[in-house]
Design a protein around this ligand. Structure first.
Ligand code: ASP
Length: 439
């Protein structure tokens, strides 16, 4: 059995957290490859080292003095080194970093140093080999991740070592420059390393015991999700449930490697298993509920719209020409509604309306703002009668007016549109009927 273990920033924010990580890695010999993030927040008002690096580099770029800011970052690391009683110094590294900042090496380089330095400490602490991600993770000329080149080189490199630390979040471009993934990207590195090392399991260690059925800011102590499929996770993440970076599932998914989200502060908790498919039924018919506020609906009315060939294409073309992406598109015989993100749409509203008038000559166009979309996701829905009925009965009992319903053909999710002001109450009602009622 071989595992990759990725630790998030809060799991590595201090020497105390590092010790927990050390215990976790040492307690299981199959935990062979470690992917660390940069030190995160130690307490609520703290600043992540990645953010400190961006801020410090902004000073360097503006030609200002950044020495005390860089020193503050160094102290974060020194505190960890001292707390772990390690016999090492990062003086030489910090000299190089200061030089690179002065020569304006770029904000990606700057941000990547958070993981790089934490990787150095981790390798020293565990006695594992350090592999610089810039030597094994590659982007192409356009800045897109180069999956095949990376997999070829990284798998050979990992094949030569029993254990290694590969810092998360960055790689390099063909001209040798450091480039990062988007924020939270160490999750992607963990997945890439898992694929290249052909491990049995990708453990992703964070500060929560996995995914929860609903957002804890809305539901008190929501139940954890034990097992979720990649497809369910995509639906929930898209709708705002964030524990894992969206792109982190692709490299492991193609190899059928499961991901286990675990809690560094409660290592005994089973966490959430993310798998390709499973015969395990989720406990509550639904797997999770997530949602987002801030949508607008554009309702277009035209008698006999249904028999006008090309009507939808013309409407959608107007959104496309204005660079607005579309979320949902429920339609009737004489009506068609397009859901869009309010912030993307607002500035271009009148262009879109006049564009639709010009292209399709509708009877009327009506815009409604401040809407929320809620996704109720569950692989169990396909084989359970009455799921939609229970959702809408619960919303009716809570006096919530449903503005839109959309069930994907996969029967994996039901999307419900409500007003922003009904958003929290709607999630509570759905949670109660499926989860609280069956506890
Ligand atoms: N340290 C980076 C960030 O704060 C990447 C990561 O933690 O995954 O976004």
């Amino acid at each position: 059995m071989k595992k990759v273990v990725k630790f998030g920033g809060s799991s590595l924010a201090s020497a105390e957290q590092f010790k927990k990580v050390g215990d976790i890695v040492r307690s299981d010999k199959s935990r062979k490859y470690v992917v660390p993030s940069a030190p995160g927040k130690r307490f609520g008002a703290d600043t992540k080292v990645t953010d400190m690096l961006y801020q410090t580099y902004a000073l360097a770029e503006a030609g200002k003095d950044f020495s005390s800011e860089l020193q503050a970052i160094k102290e974060r690391y020194n505190e960890i080194i001292k707390g772990l009683k390690l016999n090492m110094t990062l003086d030489a590294e910090f000299e190089t970093i200061a030089e690179m900042f002065r020569s304006k090496a770029g904000s990606d380089y700057a941000a990547s140093r958070g993981e790089y330095l934490n990787g150095k400490i981790m390798a020293n602490y565990l006695g594992f080999e350090f592999i610089d991600a810039a030597e094994v993770i590659f982007f192409d000329e356009e800045g897109n991740f180069d999956a095949e080149k990376t997999n070829n080189i990284l798998s050979v490199r990992l094949g030569k070592v029993d254990n290694a630390v590969v810092p998360g979040f960055y790689g390099s471009t063909p001209d040798g420059k450091v480039k990062t993934f988007s924020r939270g990207g160490s999750d992607i590195t963990g997945s890439i390393v898992s694929r290249a090392a052909r491990v049995d399991l990708y453990e992703n260690w964070t500060d929560v015991s996995g995914f929860l059925v609903a957002d804890p800011r809305i539901i008190d102590n929501p139940e954890p999700i034990e097992t979720i499929t990649y497809r369910e996770l995509r639906e929930l993440s898209y709708m705002g449930a964030s524990v894992l970076h969206e792109d982190a599932i692709f490299p492991v998914r193609r190899e059928g490697i499961p991901i286990n989200i675990k809690n560094t502060n409660a290592p005994e908790d089973p966490g959430t298993w993310i798998v390709e498919s499973t015969c395990q039924k989720s406990k509550y018919v639904i797997t999770g509920i997530a949602g987002k506020k801030g949508f607008c609906s554009v309702n277009i009315d035209k008698a006999k719209m249904n028999s006008e060939i090309g009507f939808c294409r013309k409407v959608l073309g107007v959104f496309e020409d204005n660079g607005i992406s579309i979320e949902h598109m429920p339609s009737g015989i004489d009506t068609m509604t397009v859901f869009v993100h309010q912030d993307e749409f607002m500035d271009k509203e009148q262009q879109v309306v006049s564009g639709i008038h010009r292209m399709t000559h509708p009877d009327s166009i009506d815009i409604e703002a401040d809407l929320a979309l809620i996704a109720v996701v569950g692989r169990g829905m396909r084989s359970t009668r009455g799921t939609a009925g229970r959702i809408f009965a619960s919303l009716a009992h809570a006096n919530i007016n449903v503005k839109m319903i959309d069930q994907g053909s996969s029967e994996l999710n039901i999307i419900i549109g409500v007003t922003n002001s009904d958003f929290e109450a709607a999630i509570k009602a759905i949670y109660d009927i499926f989860v609280s009622a069956s506890l």
